[in-house]
Design a binder for this molecule. Sequence first.
Ligand SMILES: Nc1ncnc2c1ncn2[C@@H]1O[C@H](COP(=O)(O)OP(=O)(O)OP(=O)(O)O)[C@@H](O)[C@H]1O
Ligand SMILES: [Mg+2]
Length: 248
Amino acid sequence: MIKIKDLKKSFNGKRVLDGVNLEIDKGKITVIIGRSGEGKSVLIKHIIGLLKPDSGQVLLEGEDLTKLDESEWNKTRRRFGMLFQGAALFDSMTVAGNVGFPLREHTNLDYKDILETVKDKLKRVGLVGVENMMPADLSGGMKKRVGLARAIIMDPEIVLFDEPTTGLDPIMSDSIADLMLDTQEQLKTTYIAITHDILLTYKIADKIAMLHNGKIIEEGGSKDIKETKNPVVRQFIEGNAEGPIRVY
Ligand SMILES: Nc1ncnc2c1ncn2[C@@H]1O[C@H](COP(=O)(O)OP(=O)(O)OP(=O)(O)O)[C@@H](O)[C@H]1O
Ligand SMILES: [Mg+2]
């Protein structure tokens, strides 16, 4: 569905993406792994047009998204949902206000229909009766769930997840993984997640791709990655301070 071709991006002379090539399959879950600071968030921001590359392409069903202008993006962006790193809820809005925000911005639905859709999506992520709560009063796991409900509120074809489990306890992380699998299965959506949570990765991924030094250095199914002979990938999945990646 999406083809990333030789994508390059530097900030202040420092190259972050150095020729990323990756194919995202329709209706599947692709997980991009990599160390902190490798450029995972930068990569995902190119997919939804929040950043423009120095060179290279992001093809969505053959159309180069890097060439779209702002008004074209406003149409195309509706095909995407996004769960930002840290959930990025609006602090001054209730849960219902946050989850319903894309519907208020992009549709003519009235208040009653919006609230109904919001409640339905919140129920799907296991939250009932929280519509009037403020983000500050939610736990980390609840925030991620609210963020997920907002990401899928428009029934997007593609949902991007930036660190869906970071900062959550292992049990909550596992329940977020289940939710991702459930919602993906129900709607047959294309999911792209970036994470350094290796348990989450193995649980949800149809395809795993590792970003290192600005390139995808390995990709494959969970089994391929678990059996990889690439010492850099091995070091990452085993969480080993010793190896080709230097910590300092
Ligand atoms: N808008 C920007 N301007 C300048 N530098 C940036 C910008 N966005 C990202 N960077 C730099 O790009 C590099 C990669 O950042 P990015 O946030 O993509 O890492 P990451 O892989 O998502 O890390 P983490 O796992 O910690 O979230 C960092 O060195 C960061 O400082
Ligand atoms: Mg990041």
